[in-house]
Design a binder for this molecule. Structure first.
Ligand code: 8YV
Length: 319
């Protein structure tokens, strides 16, 4: 039987590529740069399936130019804000994602950013590394204690809940905003707020875990930063589009926000050059799900979805 033709836009984990090559006729596009609109359109004429990452853009305009050959886009990501789902569905193209398997890795990274910003990891590392550590006093590099502090989570989906579980290990008082309150077995004692505004008022630490949608673009804007308690810490491992970056810098200038831990930026790759001078911004290059275990699990989940699709079944993560 002829193997379905599969276009993989980036280099995925070795185990994923090995399994993909066994069952599909695979072409890998680039190692580490996103497939362009032209490449996606060309691929739609030559391949039955695509495994893209979060930064290949399936806009309505691109999808309108697709050939009928392409049958499924099996995303190697949980976020699908890069896909115009109605446009893909209208073309009869199935779309899947990789939920669950990356929740712990992303929550771990959010914890790293929260702890690192709270305890001046960037400045501390620089001082020791550069030989600038020439004094010490009890007042030196005093940070904000995480244990027992109030944490606000926006978006209590899988990653938000995984982060809450880790935060419980630090005895944090957990508050959350979500479109609706969670059942008790999922909330695990976390306190529900029915508006973002109400949540912000208690969020000494704030962590964003909601998807980027037209409703959440610039969710954290100047008005909302102003509602945070003085000296709050903001963590974003979700999407750069959720944060108005100029407003964040303004909030840091007034001291409303003491520090920020960011794995996501409005512009990726690249980030925001205006952040570079601020050692109270701990930045990472969108690596929330980048652990070996999770990369294998994401790749396998995308392949599970393809396997089901080509076996005539409904993929487990069909959107
Ligand atoms: C990935 C992500 O880095 O899952 C998402 O939505 O943003 C990340 O996990 C990426 O898409 C890896 O392919």
């Amino acid at each position: 039987m002829t193997k379905p033709r599969l276009w993989i836009t980036r280099r995925l984990s070795d185990a994923t590529l090995e399994r993909a090559a066994r069952d599909y006729d695979v072409v890998i596009n680039h190692e580490d740069t996103p497939g362009t609109a032209e490449e996606l359109i060309a691929a739609s004429a030559e391949f039955d399936a695509i495994i893209p990452c979060h930064s290949e853009h399936f806009s309505a305009d691109v999808v309108a130019q697709f050939s009928d050959r392409l049958k499924i886009v099996a995303n190697h990501s949980v976020g699908v804000d890069h896909c115009d789902l109605p446009a893909l569905k209208a073309r009869g193209i199935a779309v899947t994602n990789t939920p669950d398997v990356l929740s712990d890795a992303t929550a771990e990274l959010a914890m790293l950013l929260m702890l690192g910003t709270a305890r001046h990891a960037v400045a501390g590392d620089r001082i020791v590394r550069t030989g600038a550590w020439d004094s010490w006093s009890p007042a030196f590099m005093v940070g904000k204690q995480v244990t027992g502090a109030r944490l606000g989570i926006i978006g209590m989906g899988r990653v938000g809940r995984a982060f809450a579980a880790k935060a419980r290990g630090f005895d944090m008082e957990i508050h959350y905003y979500n479109r609706s309150a969670l059942p008790a077995d999922q909330a695990q004692g976390a306190i529900y707020h029915d508006s973002v505004e109400s949540l912000l008022g208690v969020a000494d630490f704030l962590s964003l875990h909601c998807p980027a949608t037209p409703d959440t673009i610039n969710l954290m804007n100047a008005d909302r930063f102003a509602l945070l308690p003085e000296g709050a810490v903001v963590v974003n491992t979700a999407r750069g589009a959720l944060v108005d970056e100029a407003a964040l810098l303004d909030a840091m200038a007034t001291g409303r926000v003491a520090a920020a831990g960011l794995d996501c930026f409005q512009v990726e790759p690249g980030g925001n050059p205006a952040f570079a001078a601020h050692e109270n911004i701990f930045m990472l290059p969108h690596i929330g799900s980048a652990t070996r275990k999770t990369r294998d699990a994401m790749g396998f989940r995308a392949l599970d979805n393809l396997d089901a699709f080509f076996a005539g079944q409904t993929p487990g993560d069909l959107l």
